[in-house]
Structures are given as structure tokens and as C-alpha cells.
Ligand binder design. Structure first.
Ligand code: AMP
Ligand code: ZN
Length: 487
């Protein structure tokens, strides 16, 4: 196996991947807060990690992939102020918080399935791990790095920073952070401006609350990920991922909690996906520039020219490296749709290639390049460029401009299967498959009629059928084995 290199946010370097916990690779990805529909930006992050999961599995690693569902504790602002997003929505709609959670969890899973993203191997919820979160908070208090005031437990950031690098993930200076955080954000009980809540005292009207030794309350947002990652992957695991917007607060606090709790960095590699943007601005619900997957599939959105299939959208997500921003536009989507169709057409052509006596192209070298691209921090845009090269070769062989021996045709088929379908997770759209099947039957029916005309020496009719097919964009090829067609 060629060495796999990952760009690690913590070290800001590319490092050779070494699995910490054989026999499995532990990967934790921060999941959605299930209080509303996931937008396309969220999907970009989850699809990026789906590809990483798929590639690690393809390389032969057994991956324990944990992606949580945030169903409690995520307040409107990351700074522990505002209402719990799920409780707020429940009140607004006069529903049980768990009805909100259920609706959007089901919706999220459906969207992931539409994008052909594989389910994680464990999908734990914050509400299912209250005991574990309390246990971590208690232990951090025991270690002297958290304190309780009036039923809320705060993490003491400045005390932690005396012996640890609190800002390791972002490389920012603590003094700078302190300067930029001017007040206590309305939380007068906090000792330090940067302190964050591990456990929050609930007002009587707060819908989701649990008993604890500090009184009735609910967990802070960051502690759920420390609790669930440790529970299912151990105190140290391999990969932790999420969107770049989680780096500065959520993941920085998660590292601090884990170190305070058990003295260990939670993971060996931090991977952060960059943002999907619209005209250069982060796609986000609060900015009002978000697109929902179903709006994209149906084309029902004022800024969309038409609808796009989930696979074309998935393909669009891979056009830039996961660490770079990706800008959303009609033009970019159309180009991706065309590119995706071109690859799928070449896959069809590949099924009917006739082998030659020699090979005019080095297919093994091309396959190696695909691996090199993915081993270079999962570089999907470079992988796609190599697959377009493969498509070009397939078309040249089909046009008899170059020949390939049988073994190379088999290798190309394996490359498509491995990279296009298994790793990139693309598939022939169900609708397209059905249409193609029906079209194939209809064209063969026409070709049978033409053959009948030929057999009856009615050459003017057989030529007319052929010309009319050509004019409709159907190219017919007659060989000793029979007739084939392509568009
Ligand atoms: P949330 O439900 O808001 O916690 O978001 C779920 C995931 O989507 C997190 O990993 C976020 O970092 C990620 N995310 C949010 N907005 C975007 C965006 N515009 N582009 C890419 N990822 C995003
Ligand atoms: Zn998280």
C-alpha cells in the first residue's frame, strides 16, 4: 500500500497516516443539530467525510465511524447564550422537543441516502449520553479545571491555559482571544471571559432538562462530543472531523475538555472541511443564503435555472479539495452535471469495447495516479482529472484511434468501480438507468425493423431508418456480432 498523507489541522502539516488503534481506525465526525433541515453546506461536510470513510475502507482499513446527532445542548450562540435551538423550535410549534428531533433526524438520514452517503457505524445522540457527560464534568471539577456556580458548571480556560496550549488548533494567541472577548456575555457567574459551560442550570420553563448533583440542567454543546467519542473510540483515536467553522470554539473546547478529563489529546489527526459559499459568503441558515437539497433536486428556488440530480450535486462537491472553499453557482453545477454525464457515458462505452492485440496507453500508470491523488490528503479534483483521462482513452479506443488489450480493459473497469463508484460514491441515477434501459429496448426494436428491411432487400427503407436515427443523435455501429448504438 502506498503511504497515505493527511493534512492535520493541529500540526498544520501533512503527515503520514498511522492508525492508532488497530484493528480498526476510529473516526469521529460532528453531526448535525437536528432542529431544522440540513442545507447544502452541511451536506458538503458530510459528503467529504463519506469519501474519506469510503477511501479508508477501500484501502482495507476497518473503520469505526461515529457521527453524532446533536439533539440537546446547542444554544443559539456558541458562547453559551440564547435558547436551546431544539427547545425553542418545539415551543414555537407546540411540539415535544423529541418530535422536532425525530422529524429532522429522519430528514437528515433521507438526504444522506439520496446523496448515497453511507451511514456511520455508530450514530449516538447527546440525549442518550447525559450520564457520560455529567461524569466528564464531575471529573474535570475534581481535577480543579472546572467550577460550579449556581447550578452551572464552567470550564476554567485560563487555568487550563497555564499548563496547556488552549489555542493549539487555531494557532491564535490567548491574549488576542481575551482582548476580543470583551465581557462575560451576560453570564456574570463566569470567572473568566473565555470560560465555557459543561453543564447549564435550566430555568423551570426549559423543556429539556435532567437531574444532576448541580440541580436540574442540561449539558453544554461541546461536552457531548468528548463524551461520545471517548465512549465509542477510546480516550485516543485516529481522526476527528467537522467543518472549519467548528475549529475555533467547538473543537478547541473539546480538546481542552479531553485533556482536562484524561490527560490525553483526543485524536491523532484533526481534519476540517472548508465552507460551501454563495458569492464568496458562507452558506448558512442565519445568513439566509442557504439552499436545501430538495430545492436543488426539484429546481424550485428563485436562484436556480433548473433541477439537478443528487449524483450531479455530489460530483459538484468533489470538484475542489475538501480543505478549499467551494462556491455555489448555476454555472458550476451545470459544468459538474455535464462532467458527471461524460464519465457515465464513458462507463457505458467501456462495457462494449473490443480488445486489441496491443495497448497504446499505460492504464496501470493511470491507476497508480488515482491512488496517488487520494493518498495525497484525499485530493478528489486531481482524481477526477485522471478519470477524465480514462474517459478520453475509452472514447479513443471506441473510435479505433488507439487499442487496448483485454487485461487493460478489465483494469479500466476495475478503476471505474473502485474510484467512481466505491470511493467517490457516485452511482447511475435510478431515473437515468430506467430511461436508458427503455431507450435501449426501443432502439433495438428499430434496428430489428431495419435488419428486416435489409433482409427483404428494401435498402431504401433500411437506409432511411439509419439516417433518421443519425439525425436524432443515435449513432449506429454494425459489426459481425450485431448492431450497437450510442448517443
Ligand atoms: P450544524 O448542524 O450547524 O452543527 O452543522 C453541521 C456540520 O455542517 C458542521 O460540521 C458544520 O461545520 C458544517 N457546515 C455548516 N455550514 C457549512 C458550509 N457552508 N459549508 C460546509 N460545511 C458547513
Ligand atoms: Zn462535535
Amino acid at each position: 500500500m502506498q503511504p497515505l498523507f493527511l493534512y492535520n489541522t493541529l500540526s498544520r502539516k501533512k503527515e503520514e497516516f498511522k492508525a492508532l488503534n488497530p484493528p480498526y481506525v476510529g473516526m469521529y465526525v460532528c453531526g448535525p443539530t437536528v432542529y431544522s433541515d440540513v442545507h447544502l453546506g452541511n451536506c458538503r461536510t458530510f459528503i467529504s467525510f463519506d469519501i474519506i470513510y469510503r477511501y479508508l475502507s477501500h484501502l482495507g482499513y476497518k473503520v469505526r465511524y461515529v457521527r453524532n446527532i446533536t439533539d440537546a445542548g446547542h444554544l443559539e450562540s456558541d458562547g453559551d447564550v440564547g435558547e436551546d435551538k431544539i427547545s425553542k423550535k418545539a415551543k414555537l410549534n407546540q411540539l415535544e422537543p423529541m418530535e422536532i428531533v425525530q422529524t429532522y433526524t429522519v430528514d437528515f438520514r433521507k438526504v444522506m441516502e439520496q446523496f448515497n452517503a453511507l451511514p456511520p457505524t455508530i450514530e449516538p445522540t447527546a440525549t442518550g449520553h447525559i450520564i457520560e457527560q455529567q461524569e466528564i464534568a464531575r471529573e474535570i471539577i475534581n481535577k480543579g479545571l472546572a467550577y460550579e456556580v449556581n447550578g452551572t458548571v464552567y470550564f476554567d480556560v485560563e487555568k487550563f491555559a497555564q499548563s496547556h496550549n488552549y489555542t493549539a488548533l487555531t494557532g491564535r494567541k490567548l491574549e488576542e482571544l481575551l482582548e476580543n472577548t470583551r465581557d462575560l456575555d451576560g453570564q456574570q457567574d463566569k470567572r473568566g471571559r473565555l470560560d465555557f459551560a459543561l453543564w447549564i442550570k435550566a430555568k423551570p420553563e426549559h423543556l429539556m432538562q435532567w437531574s444532576s448533583e448541580w440541580g436540574k440542567g442540561f449539558p453544554g454543546w461541546h461536552i457531548e462530543c468528548s463524551a461520545m467519542s471517548t465512549k465509542y473510540l477510546g480516550e485516543q483515536f485516529d481522526i476527528h472531523g467537522g467543518g472549519m467553522d467548528l475549529q475555533a470554539t467547538h473543537h478547541t473546547n473539546e480538546i481542552a475538555q479531553n485533556i482536562a478529563y484524561c490527560g490525553k489529546q483526543p485524536c491523532n489527526y484533526w481534519l476540517h472541511t472548508n465552507m460551501l459559499t454563495v458569492s464568496g459568503q458562507k452558506m448558512s441558515k442565519s445568513l439566509g443564503n442557504s439552499f436545501l437539497p430538495h430545492e436543488l433536486f426539484s429546481g424550485k428556488h428563485p436562484l436556480l435555472d433548473k433541477g439537478y440530480g443528487p449524483m450531479a450535486v455530489r460530483f459538484f462537491m468533489m470538484q475542489t479539495h475538501y480543505r478549499s472553499t467551494l462556491d455555489f453557482s448555476n454555472e458550476a453545477l451545470q459544468a459538474s452535471e455535464k462532467g458527471f454525464e461524460r464519465l457515465m457515458e464513458s462507463y457505458q462505452t467501456l462495457q462494449n469495447l473490443t480488445p486489441g492485440a496491443t495497448s497504446g496507453e499505460d492504464i496501470k500508470a493511470l491507476e497508480n495516479k488515482c491512488y496517488e491523488a487520494m493518498n495525497d490528503d484525499f485530493n478528489t479534483p486531481v482524481l477526477i482529472a485522471h478519470l477524465f483521462d480514462a474517459a478520453r482513452i475509452i472514447n479513443s479506443v471506441n473510435d479505433k484511434k488507439v487499442s487496448l488489450i483485454q487485461a487493460d480493459i478489465v483494469l479500466l473497469k476495475k478503476m471505474y468501480q473502485n474510484f467512481l463508484f466505491d470511493v467517490m460514491g457516485l452511482k447511475v441515477e435510478a431515473e437515468n438507468t430506467k430511461t436508458t434501459e427503455v431507450l435501449d429496448k426501443v432502439i433495438h426494436l428499430v434496428l430489428d425493423l431495419r435488419n428486416k428491411a435489409k433482409a427483404e432487400k428494401n435498402f431504401s427503407l433500411s437506409d432511411e431508418i439509419r439516417d433518421k436515427l443519425t439525425n436524432s443523435g443515435v449513432q449506429v455501429k454494425d459489426t459481425k456480432e450485431g448492431s450497437s448504438w450510442k448517443i
